[in-house]
Design a protein around this ligand. Structure first.
Ligand code: SAH
Length: 219
């Protein structure tokens, strides 16, 4: 066995442990577990941190940002996909691209927006190398959504604004679902689920969460 295969097998084993932990934590959707089994999380971070990739923790990805912990990626994806057949999803906060890669296994087309240029570029290159082709990337402030690609039957926001951006509400299709962490005072955030109905929006508060802040402008 050469060393590359050795690394591969170790990561497969630790990835399988991550999947078992997600099952223990209550993730039941087999398609999502399979998607997370398929995506090599250790390739989404610096070599120095790769050995910790399958721990249930958020890890730094540079520029003051973090890759979300596996549980929160699985939970957000489970809530988004549910029993739906989503065709066109918007993700705000590409970061390292891990959540994007998981979504791309499950959804016909994923549109992802990141405000920090080096993160946008690195994620785009990384997913291309992994032969993931059903993703469009935009370097922009996600507060504007992505008008040219709208409407979206799903929107997933991975950074916490103080309130739901108006453009995201506008670009959500009727019948569509949005998951978004909303930051209250002093860093307390709650995950909200927004469903657009023919007559308006149904908003439900789900659970406390901890995301990086949603910042305006790009860099
Ligand atoms: N799911 C990502 C999470 C990254 S952290 C991952 O697993 O890697 C959240 C990301 O949202 C950061 O990269 C941050 O730069 C980005 N972000 C924050 N505010 C934003 C905005 N207004 N528009 C686009 N991206 C934003």
């Amino acid at each position: 066995m050469n060393s590359i295969q050795g690394i591969g097998m170790t990561s497969r084993r630790t990835r399988e442990r991550m999947i078992n932990r997600l099952i223990d934590q209550g993730i039941t959707n087999h398609k999502i577990l399979e998607a997370m089994r398929n995506v090599p999380r250790h390739l989404f971070m610096d070599d120095a941190l790769a050995s910790r990739a399958y721990e249930d923790t958020a890890l730094p990805i540079g520029h003051g940002q973090t890759i979300s912990q596996p549980y929160i990626v699985a939970k957000m994806t489970e809530l988004l996909v549910d029993q739906r057949h989503l065709k066109n999803v918007l993700e705000i906060g590409t970061g390292c691209g891990y959540q994007t890669a998981v979504l791309a296994q499950l959804i016909a087309h994923v549109n992802t927006v990141e405000r920090i240029y080096p993160l946008y570029k690195q994620a785009k290159d990384r997913l291309w190398e992994l032969k993931i082709r059903n993703v469009s990337y935009l370097h922009s402030d996600g507060g504007w959504g992505w008008q040219d690609k709208a409407p979206f039957d799903g929107i997933l926001v991975a950074a916490a604004p103080p309130e739901i951006p108006e453009k995201l509400l506008e670009q959500l299709a009727v019948g569509g679902i949005m998951l978004i962490p909303i930051g209250k005072e002093h860093g307390v955030q709650e995950l909200q689920r927004v469903i657009r109905t023919p007559s308006g929006y149904e908003i439900e508060c789900l659970e406390p969460v901890s995301f990086v802040p949603f910042l305006s402008g790009k860099s």
